[in-house]
Design a protein around this ligand. Structure first.
Ligand SMILES: C[S@@+](CC[C@H](N)C(=O)[O-])C[C@H]1O[C@@H](n2cnc3c(N)ncnc32)[C@H](O)[C@@H]1O
Length: 264
């Protein structure tokens, strides 16, 4: 548990930093990706009550609001919620933002018509059990027949990641059984730093690189039916290009994330 708490706190610290906050204030202006817009208008009826989990500065929440959905945004990083509230108030729009953890949502059963965990926020939750809890919580708070859109980065074994996977493998299958302490919780955990020119700003970030099978199993374990699985590039080639161009050096070999459409 110590590792999980430490990773969580490091991540909140990074998300709270001035540089990251400034970046997310800009991101909030970008609104929906084309791929999200396509999926949201397909799966969510206008005026539905939506939960934006890991809402950050409100990029998706603002677009949802502008499209006529009622939105509540939840994020574990208090600074993100402060920024989201400030942006909403500067635009004179009414979105409810609350600080909260996806693994323990403070809403009653069947409260929302639908939910989204956008931009790979779910894979930034450390610990497989916690990622499972988050899916179960989202399942609990949406109505039967409601949809949930999940995005997750997939594992790729090529390029600079080949070395990463060899290291990961040695840690999990040789060092850990021998009793060595490793920081990674699950096979596929990656720690990285963003390449800000000021090195002091490059704080630890965490992401779990998923296998498709693992995400499908967790979706099923939460009780959801998987309705659709598509990469961002399959939905919008424009988005896939933009994503590749915008990611930091560490991420350049990531291909477009996967969208999982889940039905309660
Ligand atoms: C990559 S950002 C995405 C932000 C926003 N959804 C967007 O698309 O711009 C991931 C967000 O998830 C939040 N987050 C991470 N773990 C969380 C958790 N357990 N519960 C709620 N939010 C979480 C982070 O604080 C961060 O704001």
């Amino acid at each position: 548990m110590k590792n999980i708490e430490q990773i969580k706190n490091e991540s909140i610290y990074e998300f709270s930093s001035k540089t990251t906050q400034e970046r997310y204030a800009k991101i909030a202006e970008e609104g929906f990706w084309e791929s999200e817009e396509i999926l949201i208008s397909k799966y969510f009826k206008p005026k539905s009550k939506m939960l934006d989990v890991g809402c950050g500065s409100g990029r998706a929440a603002i677009s949802l609001h502008q499209k006529g959905y009622k939105v509540i945004g939840v994020d574990i990083t208090p600074k993100m919620i402060d920024t989201a509230k400030a942006i909403a108030s500067s635009k004179n729009i009414d979105i409810d933002y609350v600080v909260g953890d996806a693994i323990n949502l403070k809403f009653s059963e069947n409260y929302f018509d639908g939910s989204i965990f956008a931009n790979n926020g779910w894979v930034q939750i450390p610990g497989k059990e916690n990622r499972q809890k988050a899916l179960s919580e989202i399942y609990r708070v949406i109505k039967p027949g409601g949809y949930f859109i999940l995005t997750a980065h997939l594992r790729y074994y090529s390029g600079i990641y080949l070395f990463f996977w060899i290291k990961n493998w040695v840690k999990f299958y040789i060092l850990k059984p021998l009793g060595f302490k490793i920081k990674e919780i699950d096979f596929g955990d990656l720690f990285f730093k963003r390449n800000y020119p000021d090195k002091k700003l490059n704080q630890n970030q965490f992401i779990h690189l998923t296998s498709r099978k693992e995400v499908e199993e967790q979706i099923k374990n939460a009780g959801f039916k998987l309705k659709l699985l598509k990469s961002m590039g399959e939905i919008s080639s424009e988005d896939a290009k933009l994503m590749r161009g915008s990611l930091s050096k560490n991420f350049n070999s990531f291909k477009s994330p996967i969208f999982y459409i889940c039905e309660k």
